[in-house]
Design a protein around this ligand. Structure first.
Ligand code: ATP
Length: 293
């Protein structure tokens, strides 16, 4: 190991253009049919590695958001620990610093993004080039992590770990993202899904083929999020944010992930800015973003 190594990674958030929750597996994980898209709302993860001259590893994490844990409860910490074990690295002091911009528990995969950033940084610093193996390590840490490691646009199936690249939105499209005061626990959201009556499952097939043809205008009819029907009733801000985005000119607006963040897709950057300014006056955290290719 070199004496001291450092790497800084930008970790993009994601939105879900489609999200259906299929059956629950015996191990408790849910099968998904989802289409995710990276956006340029990013955390930054800095990773420093020092040889400590011993056999033990030590991990220390700091974060600009004081509400987040800095121990093994932080997924970025767990990523470093899993990486060191997987590649049998010893005698390393790992320092991780997270500059948090992605709202927490918002359906934007902020934790998974940081986890992916740590894995990518450590793989680079330690010269790990087996991408497939690294993706499998990511999947063991969280269902959204493999997507966050590759970003762009992808359909994910299985528990979110089987990825198929999809043609991404071009930068002519702007995405406005708004999050009100509420947070949603992902575990709670899946428990709500489990209590839904039998239902017909929706498929992302047509949305994927429209994206493949560059036909963004048919997205409003094809976008879907199973969690939205649950949380739109519980959190009035979700319907309100969608309404404002559409009124300001979005071609489509929907909740992302298990919520409560809402995104709108705009052909016009200024319209996205206007939607964000109206929504921030109503107390939302807002972001004008571009798609990550
Ligand atoms: P998803 O869209 O993947 O369901 P999310 O955006 O809803 O995720 P996160 O922001 O990833 O949710 O946070 C979920 C939980 O994970 C929070 O309760 C938070 O305390 C915990 N957590 C652990 N590490 C992190 C991290 N580095 N960043 C954000 N949250 C973290």
């Amino acid at each position: 190991m070199e004496k001291k190594m450092f790497q800084k990674i930008r970790c993009p958030a994601k939105i879900n253009l489609f999200l259906e929750v299929l059956g629950k597996r015996e191990d408790g994980y849910h099968e998904l049919d989802t289409v995710m898209h990276g956006i340029d709302l990013c955390d930054t993860v800095g990773v420093e590695v020092n040889a400590n001259g011993g056999r033990d590893n030590r991990i220390a994490l700091t974060c600009t958001d004081p509400s987040l844990p800095t121990d093994g409860c932080n997924i970025a910490f767990r990523a470093a620990d899993a990486f060191l074990r997987r590649y049998r690295i010893t005698g390393a002091d790992i320092g991780i610093h997270i500059e948090k911009r992605i709202p927490v528990a918002a359906g934007l995969a902020g934790g998974s993004a940081d986890c992916a950033g740590v894995l990518i940084a450590l793989a680079d610093l330690f010269g790990i080039t087996d991408r497939e193996d690294l993706l499998m390590l990511g999947a063991s840490l969280g269902a959204d992590v493999p997507f966050c490691m590759t970003c762009g646009c992808a359909k994910a199936s299985g528990i979110g770990d089987i990825l198929e690249r999809v043609r991404p939105l071009t930068p002519e499209w702007t995405l406005a993202v708004a999050k009100g005061g509420e947070t949603v626990s992902t575990a709670q959201a899946y428990a709500e899904i489990d209590s839904l009556p039998e239902r017909e499952y929706r498929s992302s097939e047509r949305l994927v083929s429209s994206l493949g043809n560059g036909d963004v205008c048919s997205l409003p009819d094809l976008m879907f999020n199973r969690f939205e029907e649950i949380y739109e009733k519980k959190i009035p801000q979700i319907a309100r944010a969608k309404h404002i985005m559409l009124r300001c000119g979005a071609i489509a607006a929907m909740m992302s992930g298990s919520g409560p963040s809402v995104f709108g897709i705009f052909a016009d950057y200024e319209e996205a800015e206007r939607a964000c300014s109206v929504l921030s006056e109503e107390g939302c955290l807002t972001f004008v973003c571009l798609p990550v290719m």
